[in-house]
Design a binder for this molecule. Structure first.
Ligand code: FAD
Length: 811
């Protein structure tokens, strides 16, 4: 065995083999894979190995397309052909119009990635899959690329190609320990000796946390037992003259594909079971869990009803094996939070279909620092600190029970709720708050007008529409109060803090004590990495001069990693997270100033505390740090309060607000108002796939600055023609929003993708943001948006539809 290499990939299932292969493809050949037993001896060997193109967002569709193209190439490799049944097609069934709407949306989204899904009715489903009945069936989503692959030969083929390119694979070499050195390099300890390397990758499937523990981390990954059976031959299959398409059933929770002349049927039963929670037998290798068909009787019935032929054949084989789940159903592919030079590709529950693409995404991140698609939906840093074993298991169970039931917009499921709350959560609940979950935080969406008020989840505007409109009106006409919990906040101190931040931001962010600025962080490719508010707190009895860096609620681990990794060894910069210590109360509306004046002794006049100011003060007797910044487009104050004083500050503001007509408002009202102002959301509209100019943020870039992270790359991009441009669109139809991912059409061609959409209640327009072809991005240009399968005309309008000259914000 080598004693040194650049990357050690631990685990030889599809995740590890794909990563190894793609590292060589990205140009790194001095790489090694260590496998404790034989390749594919974890979950991979017994996988049903269906390969689909379906994804909930464009990154997932794109990486799955990569898998399919790669697998076709491997199938056609004359030297080592892999058995891949590509193109059998597949149907996701639906028995409600709301599910059909979802499929129409996913078809629109995939269209932008060059993938053609079809939404078909029940009759057509049965025509394409002759074994199914149309009882209680509305229709389905057809994916012509669906198929299945032989998992063992796939992994062997990837390992073989990687070896040919210079990689080495050591089988029967269990990793027993990991030691990280001061220079962030690693020693990987194995039964066969040690190997040093720059970077380690955890690709250990259900043993993920054995290797996680070796580096001192716990990954939010749980294993579930998962079963399928294979039937004896079904005569109708042989008679059909074509292979049966795959089936996925959200009505009765099973999937099905052809295996020889029978069917392989897999189940997601409600009475499901976690696996390996108290440790895994070291001898569980190439192994299965005991058969347990009793567990699946509830779902079996649904499969029998849909495919009566199943009742007439015997079962040939039963497979029950561990499959990994995370807390939101998507895997963890990227940097390990809080560690340097450590990556993971874990929590794959559809690893055969997706593994080709995930390995590609990971190898790009390792070699180039970023992948070609924005990988936030699979970034291991998207959960921050609340995902212990119990919470992960609860969410995994819930996810397993709902395997094919996608989340509707604004749907937040019940498991693992109340993970992060503030003293105000029960108070707002008593006021009628309907809560959404933001990175575990319970955040009010809107306030129900009656206790039994109910929203029907779907893709159209729902019953909350007039409720949100009324909250917006209250903010516009008088004053509103909104809790924003979980907002990420770092305190940055040290004599080099200022020069450090100057290097991190692509623009000039104000350094004046008492002032606040907005800035953008780029990666080394000149693309958008982050967005942050920088507030300069003057020295006070609460501490020395310091900087508060504020960013999106889920960005804590991501931004901390990025900032920490750029602090020079000789720089005096300290970054401390205050995220869990403080909560924001937003007071917004023309009467906000009067409320502030009533609860706090300071001078809140426009001259005494102009827009973009920050000061420390008291709200009643609650210590607070107040910033005059606004995401609503109204005069507003962001009141940051230590959690111990949050309720006191809330009571003081509510009492003082009574005289001014204060009303509580929630996240949906904020969303409506920010869309009218042209304000962006990180990871909805601000993506690593676009630079700040394409994203309409040129006013936040200073190309004259001597240097900043990403400047050289940005200069090159500026010299070339821009390809995409973020624009605001006004849809002529008000029955449903344009959801993120929907395609913008020019004739038959896709020229853009929606990033956010919603109703602007103050301007009374159905608005959407979209990246469109730069050459077509002129105000007044009209296109169609493929919204739920309907072509809805939309016109490009100015980004700030409400108060473009900012008179209301300045008050
Ligand atoms: C019944 C069933 C049906 C499925 N059907 C499908 C399907 O139809 N389509 C689909 O896409 N997915 C399916 N899946 C899921 C898919 O099989 C998995 O997502 C995938 O196999 C996971 O691959 P992996 O490489 O992450 O993990 P594994 O295959 O478990 O590989 C991990 C490897 O790491 C090695 N390892 C662990 N610890 C160490 C150590 N300390 N040192 C060295 N090596 C170590 C293990 O030996 C193992 O080989 C199914 C899963 C099950 C259980």
């Amino acid at each position: 065995m080598k004693s040194h290499t650049r990357v050690v990939v631990i685990g030889g299932g599809i995740a590890g083999c794909s990563t190894l292969y793609h590292l060589t493809q990205e140009g790194w050949s001095d790489v090694v894979l260590l496998e404790r037993n034989e390749l594919t001896s974890g979950t991979t060997w017994h996988s049903a190995a269906q390969v689909t193109n379906f994804g909930m967002n464009q990154t997932m569709v794109g990486l799955k397309t990569h898998s399919i193209n790669l697998y076709k190439e491997l199938r056609d490799d004359a030297d080592y052909p892999v058995q891949y049944n590509h193109g059998d097609g597949g149907i996701r069934l639906a028995n409600t119009q709301a599910q059909m709407d979802g499929y129409r949306h996913f078809a629109s989204m995939a269209r932008g990635m060059g993938v053609a899904f079809e939404v078909i009715d029940a009759k057509e489903c049965a025509r394409r899959h002759p074994l199914i009945s149309t009882d209680n069936l509305v229709g389905g989503l057809w994916d012509g690329n669906d198929g299945d692959i032989d998992p063992a030969s796939l992994c062997q083929a990837l390992a073989r190609r990687a070896r040919k390119a210079g990689a080495e694979v050591y089988r029967n070499t269990p990793v027993t320990g990991l030691t990280q050195h001061k220079d962030d390099s690693w020693t990987v300890h194995t039964d066969q000796g040690d190997i040093t390397c720059e970077i380690v990758v955890n690709a250990c499937g259900y043993r993920v946390n054995e290797v996680g523990a070796m580096m001192g981390v716990h990954h939010p990954v749980t294993s579930m037992e998962h079963q399928y059976f294979v039937t004896e031959d079904i005569p109708a299959i042989a008679e059909a003259g074509h292979r049966m398409p795959l089936l996925r059933c959200p009505i009765s929770d099973y999937y099905c594909r052809q295996e020889k002349n029978g069917l392989l049927v897999g189940f997601y039963e409600q009475d499901c079971k976690t696996w390996g929670m108290d440790g895994i037998d070291p001898h569980f290798v190439n192994a299965l869990c005991p058969d347990d068909l009793d567990r699946i009787t509830d779902v079996l019935e649904g499969a029998f009803e849909r495919m009566p032929a199943l009742t007439e054949v015997g079962i040939k084989t039963i497979v029950n094996g561990p499959i990994t789940y995370t807390i939101d159903g998507a895997p963890l592919v990227g940097p390990v939070p809080g560690k340097r030079n450590a990556f993971c590709i874990i929590g794959l529950r559809a690893g055969l279909g997706e593994g080709g693409g995930h390995g590609w995404m990971l190898a790009q991140q390792i070699v180039h620092g970023e992948a070609c698609y924005d990988t936030w939906c699979i970034d291991p840093r998207r959960f921050t600190g609340h995902t212990n074993v119990e919470l992960t298991a609860l969410k995994a169970i819930e996810d397993y029970q709902n395997e094919f039931r996608f989340h509707f917009p604004n749907e937040h499921r019940p498991a693992g709720r109340m993970a992060k709350t503030t003293a105000l959560t029960p108070v707002l609940a008593a006021e009628g708050a309907e809560f959404t979950v933001v990175n575990g935080w319970e955040r009010a969406e809107f306030f129900k007008p009656t206790p039994d008020f109910h929203v029907t989840h779907g893709f159209h505007f729902d019953e909350s529409f007039p409720v949100v409109a009324a909250e917006v009106a209250a903010v516009q006409d008088a004053v509103g109060l909104c809790e924003v919990n979980g907002f990420n906040r770092f305190e940055i101190t040290g004599s080099d803090a200022r020069t450090f931040l100057d290097r991190m931001f692509c623009g000039r962010v104000t350094a004046k004590p008492g002032r606040v600025g907005l800035g953008y962080l780029l990666n080394h490719h000149g693309m958008l990495k982050g967005e942050a508010t920088v507030a300069n707190l003057p020295a006070s009895d609460r501490g020395p001069e310091r900087i508060w860096y504020g960013s999106a609620a889920a960005s804590e681990f991501h931004d901390m990693d990025w900032l920490q990794s750029h602090v020079g060894a000789d720089e005096d910069v300290q970054i401390a997270s205050l995220t869990n210590d403080q909560t924001i109360l937003v007071l917004a509306g023309p009467k906000a100033r009067a409320v502030m004046q009533a609860v706090s002794r300071a001078d809140w006049s426009a001259a005494g505390f102009p827009w973009l100011s920050v000061r420390e003060c008291f709200i009643g007797y609650a210590p607070a740090t107040v910033m005059s910044v606004s995401f609503s487009g109204e005069l507003a104050y962001e009141i940051h309060v230590p959690n111990a004083s949050l309720y006191a500050a809330y009571l003081a503001l509510r009492d003082a607000g009574l005289a001014q007509g204060l009303r509580l408002f929630g996240a949906h009202a904020v969303e409506s108002m920010r869309l009218e102002k042209g304000y962006l959301h990180w990871k909805a509209d601000i993506l690593t796939e676009f630079d700040p100019f394409e994203t309409g943020l040129s006013r936040f870039v200073d190309m004259v600055k001597p240097d900043f992270i990403g400047k050289a790359a940005l200069e090159k991009r500026v010299a070339a023609e821009p390809t995409k441009q973020l624009v605001t669109l006004h849809l002529t139809d008000d029955s449903a929003p344009a959801h993120g991912g929907a395609s913008v059409m020019h004739g038959e061609g896709v020229i853009g993708t929606v990033t956010s959409g919603g109703y602007g209640h103050r301007v009374q327009k159905n608005l959407a943001y979209a990246f469109v072809d730069a050459g077509l991005a002129q105000v007044g240009a009209t296109f169609d948006i493929d919204r739920l399968g309907q072509m809805v005309p939309a016109v490009i309008v100015d980004p700030a539809q409400y108060d473009p000259h900012m008179a209301r914000v300045r008050g």
